[in-house]
Design a protein around this ligand. Sequence first.
Ligand SMILES: [Zn+2]
Length: 211
Amino acid sequence: MGSGPERMNKMGWIELIVGCMFAGKTEEFIRRLIRYKFGKKAIIVFKPEIDKRYSDDSVQTHHGISHSAHPVKDSKALYKILKEKEKEFDANKRFDVIGIDELQFFDKGIVDLVEKLANDGYIIVANGLDKDYKSDPFKNVFELLPLAEYVEKLSALCSQCGGHANRTQRLVNGAPVRDTEGPLVLISGQDSYEARCRHCYVKPDTKKKKK
Ligand SMILES: [Zn+2]
């Protein structure tokens, strides 16, 4: 007798995968989706339009594993496409599992939408960065933590010492960014960001302007 989510009588819950960059969030995300696929669940995957690192219509890991995904501009567009795609099904059939990639890049409406969809009977599998490079929480992910039934927090290994890393260091020309100028958005590949442990992480000076 398993005690995992698939043993529950009523359908609909939230599975949240969080962590810093290079922690394997996307690998875990895709692993869970494929697992549900083998269980004959109907799956649809969304990703924020902003994330065009590798492909426009798929979610990809740094190592090239991928899963098809619908790029959407915001939470409203996600809901619209979900309902449009379900119209193509026979009556009474709908998706079982909704995958949502990179939660932190969605508008704040994604929190209420995820909660609503889980209440409506969908299994939500979502992933996101829990902190930005200043180590401040990404709001969407932070707000979904208490709402999720299952939270998987992944860590990376520190690029400096090999210890457990749960922070994302932003680098410019190979050196940690010292102030908080520049975009919050973490979109680039391995060259501008690295995973660091609490001891090797250099926190940008967020109080710089107060003096
Ligand atoms: Zn370290």
